[in-house]
Design a binder for this molecule. Structure first.
Ligand SMILES: [Zn+2]
Length: 387
């Protein structure tokens, strides 16, 4: 249905593409973009759920961190108490060792004195035996059988015969032994006290060690739990990040860079079909969505972006043919239809006047021309109001 001389065509045939564009709108709104929007909604809901989970998890983590800290403090306190009790026990052990050494010394001294007494007793007995060798045998026997001086003095009259010097020596030695034995008793009772205290402290230490082991288990357990919850937090964060990426990708697919708001066109338009100004169909003629720009040798000539923006769609459409839709980020969208070839891809960011394709007659078209539309916030505009 290609006619070379567009200028000779009647208006009715030139605007025939109109009816097809009405169905195109339906195509665009019910097609893959709607599906993408649905899954975007799902992803956003999933993100919200993840955020709630994350919040709960974070709270739990905070509680666990506090618990772990408390348990660690309690454990450390017990450890300090154990250390001080052990220090006391060490002190008592040293004290007991010193007393033992003193006891050894005293026992040695007592043994020395005892040996002196034994010797003195032997001498005394020898003297008595010599003095009374002719006396009453029974009396002598009593003295010889006596085990101590007291017995001798109490039971016999022979004491009078014993020399004053011997008696004094033995009494002095006995007095010394008694004194040493007094020290010995004192040290033994000290030692016993220290031993009792040591035993009590050791029992306390055992108790504290038990508590410490329990506290250590609890602290370790709290840390384990904390790690568990931390790993869940990391997992949730990973999922959220992934989901966020998926959302961002889908948003780019659906809205181009309009969502990110980091690209806005200049706000003024350049003529999309350089060198060709002849209109074969005006905006609104029979409900026409845009303007048709034609010319005798227009086929294959470059079509340019009226303003900078992001390509919402670049591809085939049964009505538009090879077409490009550009979002300019400021509420404006422009569309270019029926091209023979495309020069851009969906999602691409374009500068004003960048070539988007080449004039043609694809889709619902009766001859080479550029069908051009301007849409503002979803409302079709008369493109001629901008030039
Ligand atoms: Zn048209």
């Amino acid at each position: 249905m290609f006619k070379k001389n567009l200028g000779h065509r009647g208006p009715s045939s030139l605007c025939r593409c109109l009816a097809a564009f009405v169905s195109l709108v339906l195509l665009c709104c019910g097609g893959p973009m709607a599906l993408a929007a649905d899954s975007l909604e799902e992803l956003r809901e999933k993100q919200e759920r993840l955020e709630v989970q994350k919040e709960i998890n974070d709270q739990r983590l905070e509680e666990l961190e506090k618990t772990a800290e408390e348990k660690a403090i309690y454990r450390d306190e017990l450890n300090q108490r154990i250390e001080s009790v052990q220090k006391e026990i060490d002190g008592l052990r040293t004290g007991i060792n010193e007393l033992n050494w003193e006891l050894g010394q005293l026992e040695e001294r007592i043994a020395g004195k005892q040996a002196q007494i034994d010797k003195s007793m032997d001498l005394l007995k020898a003297r008595i035996r010599a003095l009374y060798v002719t006396g009453e045998p029974s009396a002598v026997q009593v003295v010889l059988n006596s085990r101590s001086l007291v017995e001798v003095t109490q039971k016999t009259q022979l004491l009078r015969a014993v020399t004053q010097r011997d008696r004094q020596l033995i009494e002095r030695l006995n007095g010394q032994i008694n004194a040493i034995e007094g020290d010995l008793d004192k040290i033994n009772s000290d030692k016993e006290l220290l031993g009792q205290r040591k035993k009590a402290l050791e029992a306390k230490n055992t108790e504290l060690l038990e508590l410490y082991r329990e506290a250590q288990d609890l602290a370790a357990n709290a840390v384990d739990q904390q790690w568990g919850v931390e790993s869940i937090a990391a997992m949730l964060e990973g999922q959220m990040e992934e989901n966020e990426e998926a959302i961002a990708q889908l948003e780019v697919e659906i809205y181009g860079r309009r969502i990110t708001g980091d690209f806005v066109g200049t706000g003024t338009f350049v003529w999309p079909m350089p060198g060709y100004t002849y209109l074969t169909c005006n905006f609104g003629d029979g409900g026409h969505r845009g303007i048709d720009i034609a010319g005798g040798d227009i086929y294959g000539k470059p079509v340019v972006a009226a303003d900078g923006g992001t390509v919402l769609y670049a591809g085939w459409n049964d009505s538009y043919g090879n077409c490009v839709f550009i979002d300019h980020g400021n509420g404006y969208e422009t569309r270019y239809a029926h091209m023979s070839e495309l020069a851009v891809e969906t999602g691409e960011v374009l500068e004003q006047s960048q070539v988007v394709g080449y004039a043609g007659s694809t889709g619902n078209s009766t001859g080479p021309h550029l069908h051009f539309e301007i849409i503002y916030n979803g409302e079709l505009q008369n493109p001629m109001g901008f030039f």
